[in-house]
Design a protein around this ligand. Structure first.
Ligand SMILES: Cc1cc2nc3c(=O)[nH]c(=O)nc-3n(C[C@H](O)[C@H](O)[C@H](O)COP(=O)(O)OP(=O)(O)OC[C@H]3O[C@@H](n4cnc5c(N)ncnc54)[C@H](O)[C@@H]3O)c2cc1C
Length: 385
């Protein structure tokens, strides 16, 4: 066993890389193993940091961890920018949710009442006020709600900066797919790589997104907990000299489907996203591109003048209760095995606080109480949360 470390992190999306960086900052010797297949959901995501406009009925615990995540994101991004000298494109304008008919508006108002009852900030706007905020909205907008505390980040810049910061902090990157967590006498001994080598370590963090369950050595009940949920998404660009057409993230329901448009500081507009249960399929379909463009144009007709720069598809790591799986595996698994996966629609948002929670455990500190409902133990693994 040539390579050894204090901790091996399996997976180099934003979750694994944020953990690796923060663990190295805490003084641990870290190896991060990733096959570098460019299939990470982290590179596809829209980058919304939107606990408020993502808050849904019945997801109170998730809302609490998402709010914790947003409250941490600013200082984490500032630390990252200081460490690398790169801007990661955090925007703080908020989310404008709009409705185009009375039924959609009534549904938006029901959600808004629920979000307000949870203490969240929401400003109701009539059609004129919506268009005052976003001049290019289709004129028949019925009304909307501004959720001013939502943010966004350029997830690709953010992921690249994380990698650079982690390398500068001493994280060793190994190009390789982890096939198995090696164990002996009830505790972790390291990992095996598909490429043939082992890495020795007393602690392993599995952060392989929707592929986390493919790694042998996890308790059986945890190997099927995370599933891929396909999302197709478009990246548009302004033609040269065209001023920005959007300031806020805009969300709407069009013909029963949700669509969002996320502006970036560099002129990109991200349009997303489908939600599909199609296993590991990452193909981009003509129908999805058509539907996303049609829906985006019906919300913001000027979208038709933007350049279609990229179409892409990624796999969100979904779980049965839509919550992440973060913490030690506990009694049914070996000592030293931790999971940081299942972040579904909010992994970019949750990456800083996930790193905090895992590094707290690696250094013998208690994680924030908001994590308590999200341990591996809730799936029958019997672990501490
Ligand atoms: C269309 C779409 C839009 C989204 N929008 C948002 C958004 O607006 N805001 C938000 O917060 N989140 C969003 N998400 C969700 C977010 O992208 C994910 O929750 C997050 O990226 C998960 O990060 P991760 O590091 O766990 O997984 P990933 O980014 O998928 O990374 C996993 C990594 O593990 C590697 N790997 C796989 N198998 C192994 C193995 N055996 N050994 C080692 N490495 C392995 C993979 O190659 C990959 O590099 C979106 C997702 C999609 C698809």
């Amino acid at each position: 066993m040539a390579v050894t470390a204090d901790v091996v992190v399996a997976g180099g999306g934003v979750i694994g890389t944020a953990i690796a960086w923060q663990a190295a900052q805490a003084g641990l010797d870290v190896v991060l193993a990733d096959p570098a297949r460019d299939d990470a959901a982290s590179l596809v995501a829209a980058g919304m940091l939107a606990p408020v406009s993502e808050a849904l009925f019945g997801e109170g615990a998730l809302l609490r961890v998402n709010l914790l995540a947003l409250s941490r994101f600013g200082s984490f991004a500032a630390e990252l920018e200081a460490a690398t000298g790169h801007r990661v494109g955090v925007r703080r304008e908020g989310t404008l949710a709009v409705a185009y008919d009375p039924d959609d508006y009534a549904a938006l108002m029901r959600l808004t009442a629920f979000r307000r009852s949870a203490g969240l900030n929401a400003e109701e706007l009539d059609s004129r006020a919506c268009r005052k905020l976003e001049a290019f909205l289709a004129p028949d907008v019925h009304g909307g709600v501004l959720f001013p505390s939502d943010w966004s980040v350029d997830n690709r810049r953010y992921a690249a900066a994380l990698r650079e910061a982690a390398a500068a902090a001493g994280v060793r990157f190994i190009r390789g797919r982890v096939t198995e967590v090696r164990t002996g006498a009830g505790r972790v001994r390291g990992v095996a790589l598909a490429e043939g080598d082992d890495v020795g370590s007393a602690r392993v963090v599995v952060a392989a997104g929707c592929w986390s369950g493919s790694i042998a050595g996890l308790p059986a009940e945890l190997r099927t907990v995370v599933r891929p949920v396909k999302g197709q998404l478009l990246r548009l660009r302004h033609p040269q000299d065209m001023p920005p057409v959007l300031a806020h993230t805009v969300r709407a329901t069009v013909r029963g489907a949700d669509v969002y448009l996320v502006p970036r500081a560099d002129g990109e507009v991200v349009v997303g996203a489908t939600q599909e249960e199609r296993g590991p399929d990452r193909t981009v379909t003509a129908g999805a591109v058509h539907d996303l463009l049609r829906d985006a144009m019906s919300v913001l007709p000027v979208t038709s003048e933007l350049i279609l720069a990229e179409t892409c598809a990624g796999l969100r790591p979904g779980t049965p209760d839509n919550g992440p799986v973060v913490g030690e595996v506990g009694p049914s698994g070996p000592d030293g095995l931790l999971l940081a996966t299942g972040h579904y629609r909010n992994g970019i948002l949750m990456s800083p606080v996930t790193a905090d929670a895992i590094v707290a455990r690696l250094t013998g500190q208690p994680p924030a109480p908001e994590w308590e409902p999200f341990g591996p133990g809730r799936f029958g693994a019997g672990g501490a949360s």
